[in-house]
Design a protein around this ligand. Structure first.
Ligand code: ADP
Ligand code: ZN
Length: 195
């Protein structure tokens, strides 16, 4: 059946760390390039874990991306000719991104945004709930729980430091399922009780 489809939409790829968000984003970017579409990719400048100017997966796949310090800079660097705009680690981007995405999608641009839906406490991360609500298409990926091997929807922080943002290497985090995931205050209590 022929379905009439107008261009311009938001796709969100979310899930915990190690679930393959960057791999999936890179896969979609590569296919757009094969289709000869003009693609522009951005990432927040603070995410410098692997490469300052690339979307990089834990499986060492890479695609070039422009690091931006805020949404003013992103808006300034947008190429008016871009047909696909890919954004990685959007949980670190500010609310200004919402208006930018709305404008792009309304102008016919395909926007693909990847990021963590939950922080390491299992709480909604930054602007991600807004993006999920606004998206036409949502892909929620799961990793493998490093404790029990089940599907994992959460990210466990393995080191004790405060704050929601700890841009860390893989050693600081692991994927966990709901049952094996522990929030820091519970971990502290367990340590106090000598469990
Ligand atoms: P994300 O962007 O969601 O952090 P990546 O695309 O960077 O994910 O990495 C996904 C890759 O990480 C997998 O293909 C696999 O090679 C590797 N990996 C390492 N630990 C895990 C895990 N616990 N569960 C699934 N994949 C893992
Ligand atoms: Zn588990």
């Amino acid at each position: 059946m022929f379905v009439h489809q107008r261009q311009g939409s938001l796709e969100v790829i979310c899930g915990p760390m190690f679930s393959g968000k960057s791999e999936e984003l890179i896969r979609r970017i590569k296919r757009a390039i094969i289709a000869k579409q003009k693609v522009q990719a951005f990432k927040p400048a603070l995410d410098d874990r692997y490469d300052l100017s690339a979307i990089a997966s834990h499986s060492e796949q890479k695609h070039g991306a422009i690091p931006v310090k805020d949404m003013v800079e992103l808006a300034r660097l947008l190429d008016p000719e871009a047909e696909v705009v890919a954004l990685d680690e959007v949980q670190f981007m500010d609310e200004g991104l919402i208006a930018i995405i709305e404008d792009l999608a309304n102008r016919g641009v395909r926007v693909i945004a990847g990021g963590l839906d939950q922080d390491s406490n299992g709480e909604p991360f930054g602007i991600m709930p807004l993006l999920l609500a606004k998206a036409e298409y949502v892909t929620k990926l799961q990793a493998i729980c490093m404790v029990c091997g089940a599907q994992a929807g959460r990210t466990q922080r393995l080191v004790h430091t405060g704050g929601q943002v700890l841009v860390g290497a893989a050693e600081a985090y692991e994927a966990r399922c709901r049952h094996c995931h522990e929030v820091p205050h519970a971990m502290g209590r367990r340590l106090l009780e000598g469990d």
